[in-house]
Ligand binder design. Structure first.
Ligand code: ADP
Ligand code: MG
Length: 586
């Protein structure tokens, strides 16, 4: 079944539900809708961005309490309390995000638990919010004389809001900013090297998820017309996470499925378990716990991928269309010095990985950096590209000092790199991976993306990515998942991604490793063409035939120091090099 037909059936079913269903099921559907709005935020935050939050219920509370307080105490119109609630939530989310999103590993979820609890107690302890008894008498919503007074009317509002959010979320994910967020999951190192401001991306998705929660809270307050702190507790925060993990944390529809399943199941279990067991209690939570463990063992990705198995999926991967070419950087003068490294040193504790290195790279040349394993070549690359800054020394790139700049700022100046250990997003297509390289060449933000107002720019970015894929000889793999390619070809995808940034200096760490003979030939040919176009290329490579046939100059490193520098034929004859590096073998 096509996605669009699935959506159409879903919408029609939604439209005709209220007249035929009994009140009880309408109420249930309303709650599912409200929960799904929150879980969609978790899809963005946890499923896509890899950030786990237990604290979403507190943001629901912010939305609910803001409108409850302003409408009952100050008589503000509910339509004005919505923007007010969103503003309060955004401010709180940005403040909390700045503090907690720096935390990594299990510290981040712990951080979300901490502020989740704090906000919950804040709601219960502020007198003007009614303490633990809460606020009642919240007015109904009215628009053009129409009053949303019962669940049946409210139903349409909730599900319309949910559908709008589904569409906005899907648009967001399918955009330049969405790719940047998805790149977070592959580790921020690569994303930063491609120019993504990863702290900003994290704060943005955190705030978006909080705003979804706030919207759900605002709707909740006007549906219930009464709020108290209970539904905004940590327990509810955990339940939201349950929903999204069980439904499928990486999938927009998985979030809705999860919200539906848990809500219905909870209702049934609450009705049946006490009867079955002959005593009252929250037995459903025990069942949920067991269910969660089962899901984590059997279906890590949640239930939505299992549903997809029965509906042959039409891959929703972006396709390339004809588009205007992107503007390019001015090519530096051939022979001018692009990169100038002076007295560069890097220490890891007692280990000196780079010891007083001096060299430069010119426009239109290939400089090879060779040396035995552990000589310090990758460390040098990381120092130059800002991924792991030097301990001391100076680096000038295009005349600017860069040794203390962030990787993304160096990328902006026109330096692009590949990684020795391939850093691609394996489930994304080759096209999408390479498009991450174009990040700095687009300017439209999240809001443009959510409303699809960046389609023109997006088409140009994808077009550029496709050009680089063709240039690197990977056209036949354009729409394949990057992880399905052999490792050698994945390295070439990394080169295409680096080229998509329109660099003037390319840093390639072992690009030929894992390639077959003919593929190596093709790669060497590509690098020769780039050199002829004026690109500077700094290359680390172990394949001596490849290096000697391609490089203009060679630098040999050993124990972090420069052992020799010269033309390839000089290096091949240098006794010190032969002795140390090649072990004296011809
Ligand atoms: P090459 O790329 O030339 O094989 P590397 O630059 O990867 O060498 O490593 C140089 C030395 O620095 C090695 O001894 C390695 O163990 C050490 N090293 C590299 N990265 C780190 C790190 N993050 N922490 C500690 N030691 C490191
Ligand atoms: Mg290395």
């Amino acid at each position: 079944m096509k996605n669009s037909r699935f959506l159409a059936i879903f919408v029609v079913a939604l439209l005709f539900a209220p007249p035929v269903l009994p009140e009880f099921y309408i109420t249930l559907l309303n709650y599912i809708g409200l929960y799904a709005i929150v879980t969609l935020g978790l899809v963005l935050l946890t499923g896509v961005g890899g950030l786990t939050s237990f604290g979403q219920a507190a943001f629901v509370g912010l939305g609910a309490y803001t409108t409850a307080y302003l409408t009952t105490v100050h008589g503000v119109s509910p339509w004005l309390t919505l923007p007010a609630g969103l503003a309060v939530t955004a401010a709180v989310a940005i403040a909390i995000g700045f503090i907690t999103l720096r935390l990594s590993g299990h510290f981040l979820p712990l951080g979300t638990i901490a502020w989740g609890i704090s906000l919950y107690y804040l709601f219960g302890n502020l007198d003007f919010l009614g303490g633990h008894t809460g606020i009642s008498g919240i007015p109904t919503l009215q628009i053009f004389g129409f009053e949303f007074k019962s669940g049946r009317e409210f139903y349409y509002l909730i599900w319309a809001v949910l559908l709008v959010i589904v569409v906005a979320t899907r648009n967001l994910l399918d955009s330049r900013e969405g790719r940047a967020v998805r790149a977070l999951k592959g580790g921020s190192l690569m994303a930063e090297a491609m120019g993504v401001n990863t702290p900003r991306s994290k704060i943005v998705i955190f705030t978006v998820a909080a705003l979804y929660a706030c919207l759900s809270g605002w709707l909740y307050a006007h549906l219930q017309r009464f709020v108290n702190p209970t539904p905004f507790s940590l327990t509810q925060g955990i339940e939201y996470l349950f929903m999204v993990v069980i439904g499928g944390v990486g999938y927009v529809w998985g979030a809705i499925l999860g919200a539906g399943l848990i809500t219905i199941l909870k209702q049934w279990l609450q009705d049946w378990l006490p009867q079955l067991l002959g005593q009252s209690g929250n037995f459903e939570m025990i069942v949920f716990g067991l269910l969660m463990i089962l899901i984590l063992h059997r279906a890590r990705e949640g239930l939505w991928p299992i549903v997809l198995r029965y509906f042959p999926e039409r891959a929703r991967r972006p396709r390339v269309a004809a588009a205007e070419a992107l503007p390019c950087r001015a090519t530096p003068l051939a022979g001018s010095i692009l990169l100038d490294i002076r007295n560069a040193s890097k220490r890891f504790g007692g280990l000196v990985a780079n010891d007083n290195m001096n060299f430069n790279v010119r426009a239109g040349e290939v400089l090879a950096l060779i040396g035995p394993n552990g000589a310090g070549k990758s460390t040098m690359f990381n120092g130059i590209s800002g991924v792991d800054p030097l301990t001391s020394g100076e680096i000038r790139f295009c005349g600017e000092r860069i040794e203390s700049l962030a990787a993304r700022d160096i990328a902006r100046l026109g330096m692009s790199r590949s990684f020795q250990h391939v850093r691609l997003l394996p489930t994304m297509s080759v096209l999408e991976n390479v498009a991450i390289g174009t990040h700095l060449r687009g300017h439209k933000n999240f809001i443009h993306a959510a409303c699809r107002a960046e389609r023109h720019e997006e088409a140009r970015l994808l077009h550029e990515a496709a050009l680089q894929i063709e240039r690197c000889g990977l056209a036949e793999h354009m729409y394949d998942a990057a992880g399905s390619l052999p490792l050698g070809k994945q390295r070439v995808v990394e080169i295409a991604r680096a080229l998509a940034a329109d660099p003037c200096l390319l840093l390639l760490d072992e690009p030929a490793a894992g390639l077959r003979y003919l593929e190596k030939e093709a790669l060497a040919e590509l690098l020769r063409r780039l050199r002829a176009e004026g690109m500077g290329i700094l290359l680390v490579e172990h394949d001596m035939d490849f290096v000697m046939g391609l490089a203009d100059r060679v630098i040999v490193m050993e124990f972090g120091r420069k052992l020799a520098e010269g033309l390839p034929e000089e290096i091949q004859r240098n006794p010190a090099v032969l002795d140390a590096y090649l072990g004296g073998v011809e």
